[in-house]
Write a protein that binds this ligand. Structure first.
Ligand SMILES: [Fe+2]
Ligand SMILES: [Fe+2]
Length: 322
């Protein structure tokens, strides 16, 4: 791996919402998420391998937090080397060998299987938040509530994991106000006009988080979960959501899945300045017919169960070559 030439300039990549399933051939809403994740990594390897210091995942690596699904994720990225949480672990994916990867959990991830499968031997903390410094930038990675089957919209918002709020308070108290910070989290840090349902997915104490961050030099907040690339500015801070490596959600009040192409985000830091580029990947999977009547959201998962869920998670060999 080529490292950037000085202490202030480097690049990294954000990927999010991989939603791996039971086998490399499993289809989620008609999409083989193992295949599309590998296509995204292949694109990164071809076009950005030489300019990035690490990859940052912002959660939802699996659909349901089972060892089998984490095994499928580890297989897709060819996860290498052991080490305690938060790592970084190393990739073995062709063209990205030994590139470090940081893995922040999403609401589909679960503490024990996440640690057991991706950081074997590591103690299982109650909260999977962490912080690290890379070439003068402090990365604060917050653990937001994790749930899989939960009705939408939520009647009550969940607060951020308490230890994440403590981490945020501690970090912001310790850092000089001009110290550059990048915050990463899974759930949205602010509403998204085009995705009104996402407002009820924000941590309930996000206002408190914004108060803590207000005097700080926050370069950006990166998040996942909404399976859409949406960019807005809050308190002068870019808040950047990213398309999944799996299916995307269409704009609108309802959760309507699409097979829009995945994005990954290339972030570049030059002399403490943040810039980014969202790269679209043609996975060559193409569009698929989505059956009517199939439950398309977590409420549907929770209510349907059994045979109805099988329609969502059917397994058949993909008809595409990697
Ligand atoms: Fe997701
Ligand atoms: Fe999510």
């Amino acid at each position: 791996m080529n490292h950037s030439p000085d202490n202030e300039s480097f690049g990294f990549i954000q990927i999010t919402d991989c939603h791996l399933m039971d086998t490399p051939h499993s289809l989620l809403r008609g999409l083989c998420t193992h295949f599309t994740l590998r296509r995204v990594l292949q694109h990164i390897a071809r076009h950005h391998a030489g300019e990035i210091d690490f990859i940052l995942g912002t959660g939802d690596y699996v659909c349901f937090p089972t060892e089998r699904q984490y095994g499928c994720f580890a297989d897709a990225i060819q996860l290498r080397a052991d080490g305690p949480f938060p790592g970084p672990r190393a990739l073995g994916f062709a063209g990205l060998e030994d590139v470090p990867i940081y893995l922040l959990p999403g609401n589909h991830d679960g503490n024990e299987p996440f640690i057991r499968c991706l950081f074997p031997g590591s103690p299982v903390p109650d909260s999977l938040d962490f912080a690290f410094t890379h070439k003068g930038i402090r990365f604060i990675c917050l653990d937001t509530p994790r749930y899989v089957m939960r009705p939408l919209p939520h009647a009550d918002l969940d607060p951020m994991c308490p230890s994440s709020m403590r981490l945020l308070e501690r970090e912001c108290a310790a850092l000089p106000d001009d110290a550059p910070i990048i915050v990463a989290m899974h759930l949205p840090a602010a509403p998204i006009t085009e995705l009104p349902w996402a407002a009820c997915e924000m941590p309930s104490d996000m206002d408190r988080a914004w108060q803590i961050l207000e005097p700080k030099n926050v370069l950006a907040i990166l998040h996942g979960h909404v399976h859409a690339t949406k960019e807005r500015t809050v308190q002068g801070v870019p808040v950047l959501a990213l398309r999944a490596t799996a299916n995307q959600w269409a704009d609108g009040a309802e959760l309507i899945p699409t097979t829009q192409r995945p994005h990954y985000r290339v972030v570049r830091i030059r002399d403490g300045q943040f810039s980014h580029e969202n790269v679209e990947v043609d996975t060559e999977w193409g569009n698929v017919d989505l059956e009517r009547g199939v439950p398309m959201n977590e409420q549907g998962f929770a209510e349907a169960g059994g045979s109805a869920v099988e329609h969502l998670f059917y397994n058949e060999p993909p008809n595409r070559e990697f």
